[in-house]
Design a protein around this ligand. Structure first.
Ligand code: SF4
Ligand code: SF4
Length: 117
């Protein structure tokens, strides 16, 4: 296995490389891992809460998109033709940062956190 992180390989080859070089038994002290490996971690499994969009309060400001620490938000066009967040629960760990940062409209949040059922 090469020591330098390969960049021109398929996802499967990259995952194999990460597993063999950085499997949990081989993780270095302090837990530093190579860039680009986050996509293989199902951080959504940690979640106890999930975000819910209240679209009428969304002003399409993109704050939630920029602040999400796990890149779990995609902005997609809604029925009104404007961009609104969509949450990927594979990666969303339910941290609530998006809801906290959301300015909403007229003091009403466009994202609220709910218990995960
Ligand atoms: S709850 Fe946290 S991880 Fe999930 S979409 Fe919001 S900011 Fe991202
Ligand atoms: S932060 Fe709130 S208002 Fe801004 S795009 Fe996200 S949901 Fe909409």
């Amino acid at each position: 296995m090469p020591d330098v992180l390969p960049t021109d390989v398929s996802d499967e080859e990259f995952k194999k490389w990460v597993t063999e070089k950085w499997g949990y038994k081989k993780l270095p002290m302090a837990g530093s891992t190579p860039a680009g490996t986050a996509k293989f971690f199902r951080t959504g499994d940690w979640a106890a809460k999930q975000p819910r969009l209240i679209v009428e309060n969304c002003t399409s400001c993109y704050k939630c998109y920029f602040y999400c620490p796990d890149s779990a938000i995609t902005m997609v066009a809604g029925e009104d033709g404007k961009a609104h967040p969509e949450f990927d629960m594979f990666y969303c760990k339910g941290c609530g940062v998006c809801a906290y940062e959301c300015p909403g409209r007229k003091g009403e949040k466009a994202i609220i956190m709910e218990d995960l059922k």
